[in-house]
Design a protein around this ligand. Structure first.
Ligand SMILES: Cc1cc2nc3c(=O)[nH]c(=O)nc-3n(C[C@H](O)[C@H](O)[C@H](O)COP(=O)(O)O)c2cc1C
Ligand code: SF4
Length: 358
């Protein structure tokens, strides 16, 4: 049984316990420059100071066209890199490591920010057709991820997390649902994994053995077993940590015992853990918003670590509540999270907390 408060070694880092902050983009906490603002520094500092073992900074664009919107952070120039030093310093001052999620939107891209690109010429979200990337464009994009990782290291991050789930570019390459390429980046699982694999190898080569490389991987593309094979390819390339979430294919197709206390997305992490146990640390996410839900997964040895999304947005003190049973404000499970696109940022849990904590 893994004690939730026990340390765990991930790559060359040792996390002080099993609770991590999931990447959660804060829409409009920055502007078109994509630099880290005071609001972002404060947001991560506050979450680092309340018991979690690792902060993963939100999806951050590797090129301007890979942003969700104009108010989205980037790591494609040195001004952005310099601005991020304030985030890493604040989190390190709280005594814990920090990584950053690197992303490109691919077929879900915003056409106002540049041509929408994808592995294949699939439909875009505004009804257009994505430009299928040429081999040269594939290689240039891989280099953009590697360059962003180098900037992340210069900014003081302990590692990076590749955004390889939720339907974004690395996930698009890995998915049989939207990747119809007939070259070495499409077809077999090995070929579809290649885009991510070569990025991981490139980052490992330039950032060295001590730099943590995590992949937030889709646990269901074709099947869980296929996604596990993609995970194996990432690990063989140098990935230290698999943080499992959903992707493009419909996870609800997965046969499962609906009476389990955790949901289907969280179960993907559990299935990966069964496979990689003792070899590669695996985290689960989704719906882990109370101390009971968090403890259940660790007490039953179902995963190595748990990632908190809305729970830690709602109240930064949730990790302390999980560890020590101290009070916290529970996420209201709003139909639409107010931190998300078009949200008011008026989180009801944060407002309740402000009234009690001040
Ligand atoms: C406001 C908001 C922003 C998010 N941004 C990201 C992101 O940048 N990268 C990512 O991989 N997932 C993102 N997610 C998904 C979360 O990391 C997490 O997987 C999801 O919220 C489910 O976990 P939870 O039930 O603990 O909230 C976001 C979710 C929310 C609500
Ligand atoms: S209470 Fe609502 S706005 Fe706040 S984190 Fe939870 S879902 Fe998001």
């Amino acid at each position: 049984m893994a004690d939730i408060a026990s340390p765990i070694k991930i790559g060359k880092l040792t996390l002080k316990n099993r609770i991590t902050m999931a990447p959660t983009v804060k829409f409009d906490f920055t502007d078109d420059t994509g630099v880290a603002t005071d609001m972002l520094v404060e947001h991560y500092k506050e979450r680092a100071e309340h018991g979690c073992a690792l902060i993963c900074v939100e999806a951050t664009a590797v090129v301007p066209s890979g942003r969700f919107c104009r108010g989205h952070m980037g790591l494609y120039n040195d001004e952005q890199m310099e601005s991020q030093k304030r985030i890493t310093e604040a989190v390190h001052a709280a005594g814990i490591p920090i990584i950053i999620q690197l992303n490109h939107t691919g077929m879900t891209g915003n056409p106002e920010l540049g041509e929408v690109i994808a592995p294949s010429a699939v439909k875009t979200r505004n009804g257009g057709t994505a430009h299928a990337m040429t081999i040269d464009e594939v290689h240039a994009m891989q280099q953009a991820y590697i360059d962003a990782a180098v900037r992340a290291k210069m900014a003081g991050y302990d590692g990076v997390q590749l955004h390889a789930c939720h339907g974004y570019l690395i996930n698009q390459f890995a998915s049989p649902v939207v990747n119809f390429r007939e070259d070495e980046y499409g077809g077999s699982i090995e070929n579809r994994a290649r885009f991510g694999v070569e990025i991981i190898k490139g980052i490992r080569e330039v950032c060295g053995p001590d730099f943590l490389i995590s992949a937030r991987i889709s646990g269901y593309e074709g099947s869980v077993e296929e996604s596990i094979q993609t995970g194996e390819a990432y690990v063989a390339a140098g990935c230290d940590y698999l943080q499992v979430s959903s992707g493009i294919d419909d996870v609800e197709k997965m046969e499962r015992d609906a009476s389990l206390s955790y949901n289907a997305v969280c179960e993907l992490g559990v299935r990966f853990h069964e496979h990689f146990k003792g070899r590669v640390p695996v985290s689960a996410v989704n719906g882990i918003r109370t101390p009971e839900a968090a403890r259940y997964l660790l007490d039953n040895d179902l995963v190595d670590t748990i990632d908190l999304g809305c729970g830690i947005l709602a109240d930064p003190a949730l990790p302390e509540a999980i560890l020590n049973g101290t009070p916290y404000v529970e996420c209201f499970n709003c139909a639409r999270c107010q931190y998300g696109p078009g949200g008011s940022h008026k989180c009801p849990a944060a407002m309740k907390r402000q009234k009690t904590v001040g």
